[in-house]
Design a protein around this ligand. Structure first.
Ligand SMILES: *Cc1c(COP(=O)(O)O)cnc(C)c1O
Length: 220
């Protein structure tokens, strides 16, 4: 428990120093604490230490632990950072405040339907498969800008930013640069990129939110 508090403080300090080093305003980078695989008891110390933005990669896992915590702490912001199946769109819209993994028309259409039906409007990011990896979710970089426009024009969805997960074996810098370039082309200024190993670098490339799991909660 103490470890979570200590590590969270260290990550926050690193974010603050990266903001300063890159002439970014203090507090301009949002820390998304990725709590996947950890239960409510492990998460609670982070909440008690003031952390309010959390990321989960599975809808079902999040449903098991977050509704109770969210009703206790009304200002918690929960982000879906894992792949979304269209049959989970209803549950995702009901639970998450931000969905970072919009990556195809079928999902966009389902989300639009649920947003209208539930009158809940999670903020949305488009995931880009910057490494064009066959097994990975996200749009091919060449299709990302057109998809952002289609989300708005065809599906009536406002997109807040772009998200990427660089290939593990690559230097992440070029992937962060590509995401930043695509966001510029799409007229977006929010970038979700950077994880435990590379969040400082992501901030140098313009990340507005970083998704940090193991550096806070420990190894999974
Ligand atoms: C698990 C996960 C993270 C956090 O990874 P760490 O290396 O533990 O910081 C970030 N983003 C996504 C999409 C994840 O699934």
């Amino acid at each position: 428990m103490d470890n979570v508090i200590t590590r969270l403080a260290a990550v926050r300090a690193e974010i603050a120093s990266a903001e300063e080093e890159n002439d970014r305003p203090a507090g301009s980078v949002t820390l998304v604490a990725v709590s996947k695989t950890f239960d409510a008891a492990a998460i609670r110390p982070a909440i008690d230490a003031g952390q309010r933005v959390f990321g989960e990669n599975r809808v079902q896992e999040a449903q098991a632990k977050w509704p109770a915590l969210k009703s206790e702490f009304a200002d918690i912001e929960l982000r879906l950072i894992g792949p979304l199946q269209s049959n989970k769109a209803r549950d995702a819209v009901a639970l998450f405040d931000v969905i970072e993994t919009v990556d195809r028309d079928k999902i966009a259409a389902e989300l639009a339907k649920e947003i209208a039906r539930q009158e809940r409007r999670p903020r949305l990011y488009v995931q880009v498969n910057t490494g064009s990896e066959p097994q990975k979710a996200g749009l091919d970089p060449r299709e990302a800008v057109a998809f952002v426009h289609r989300c708005r024009d065809t599906h009536g969805l406002a997109i807040e930013g772009l998200m990427c997960i660089p290939p593990v074996e690559d230097n992440p810098g070029p992937h962060f640069a590509l995401l930043d370039k695509l966001a510029g082309e799409a007229g977006l200024d929010r970038l979700s990129m950077g994880m435990s190993a590379d969040f400082r670098l992501a901030i140098a490339f313009g990340a507005t939110s970083v998704r940090v799991g193991s550096a806070i909660f420990g190894t999974r």
